[in-house]
Write a protein that binds this ligand. Structure first.
Ligand code: CDM
Ligand code: ATP
Length: 288
């Protein structure tokens, strides 16, 4: 049995440049992994099938699961006949803007690369992953990166300055496709991507806080006012800066002072079932 960690991501910035002829949006976003992770186990089986077992009742255990799609893609591409059992222990909130499914798919790609001795590089796996979803390429590499194109073009960046990240997910589900559909590309207020890049290069915490921005945030907030309330609460409880991740609805807040972490965490617990205090790991997966 083989184990892979599948960490969640947050978006420090998310900008949309334009809508493409293929219906997707050309994005420019800075993402980083946090130490909240699903756990993925892979066990070879000789029935020639891909079997998924998931700890979470609402997550599909058939070909709709992104980990299934990752295994299926590799099997077809490399003519593999072996079966595999994939066990997913979900810790990342589902449909949250934290790339849970994408990270499971990425971990499956990394794990099967080892199990089936395919000797593919991280870039090759990321390329295969982009066929599953826009966030899978980033999740194959992890760490901190600028993602462009549909999200599949990755440039590695230095890890963010050290701080706590409080994640809070309201109990609503958000469809990424719906949020992009409701975005008016002509009235976008673009985030300061250059400022965020500089903050990462220089390790400037204040500048990182000031440069957070996500063009999908107002779209999700309009459809789900709970996200506005949650962001305000997090600010009131003392987070240094707050933003929605991806298409939402998870909101994250940075807290540098150790003493404030429990105040923000406990305060939010009163409003929200799913609250986590995590760190940005900056941990990149290097394949051998
Ligand atoms: C919001 C983010 O999570 C930010 O990291 C990503 O942009 C979305 O990544 P994802 O969930 O992996 O998205 P996909 O599964 O590829 O696409 C879901 C849907 O979102 C829309 N979509 C996604 C990515 C993109 N660059 N433009 C889009 O318009 C499309 O309607 C697509 O059908
Ligand atoms: N392994 C998986 N884990 C969770 N959800 C999955 C998985 N595979 C498929 N899904 C489906 O994908 C949907 C979105 O789940 P996911 O947790 O990946 O969303 P997300 O965090 O918003 O992703 P992203 O940030 O990439 O948009 C779920 O409602 C579920 O039906």
């Amino acid at each position: 049995m083989l184990y892979e960690k599948a960490p969640a991501k947050i978006n420090l910035t998310l900008d949309v440049l334009h809508k493409r002829p293929d219906g997707f949006h050309e994005v420019e976003m800075i993402m980083t992994t946090v130490d909240l992770a699903d756990r993925v186990w892979l066990r070879p089986s000789n029935d020639g099938h891909i079997n998924i077992k998931v700890s979470e009742r609402f997550v599909p255990n058939d070909r709709k699961n992104l980990a299934y799609q990752a295994a299926d893609l590799l099997r077809r591409k490399y003519g593999i006949r072996d079966g595999v059992e994939i066990m997913l222990d979900k810790k990342i909130p589902v449909a949250a803007g934290l790339a849970g499914g994408s990270s499971d798919a990425a971990a499956t790609l990394r794990g099967l690369n080892r199990l089936w001795k395919l000797q593919l590089s991280a870039d090759e796996l990321a390329d295969i992953g982009s066929q599953i979803g826009s966030d899978v390429s980033f999740c194959v590499h992890g760490g901190t990166a600028l993602a462009t194109g549909r999200g599949e073009k990755i440039e590695h960046l230095p890890a963010p300055p050290n701080c706590w990240v409080i994640l809070a997910k309201p109990s609503i589900s958000v469809s990424t496709a719906d949020i992009y559909r409701n975005l008016d590309v002509n009235s976008i207020k673009h985030p300061d991507t250059a400022g965020m890049l500089e903050a990462l290069q220089t390790g400037d915490y204040g500048k990182m806080c000031a440069s957070l921005g996500n063009v999908l945030e107002p779209v999700t907030m309009k459809l789900h006012p709970q996200v506005v309330v949650l962001k305000e609460k997090m600010e009131q409880f003392g987070a240094d800066a707050v933003l929605m991740s991806g298409s939402g609805p998870t909101v994250f807040g940075f807290v540098r002072q150790e003493a404030r972490v429990s105040r923000v965490y406990n305060g939010l617990k009163g409003f929200c079932k799913e609250v986590h205090a995590v760190r940005m790991t900056g941990e990149r997966f290097l394949l051998d």
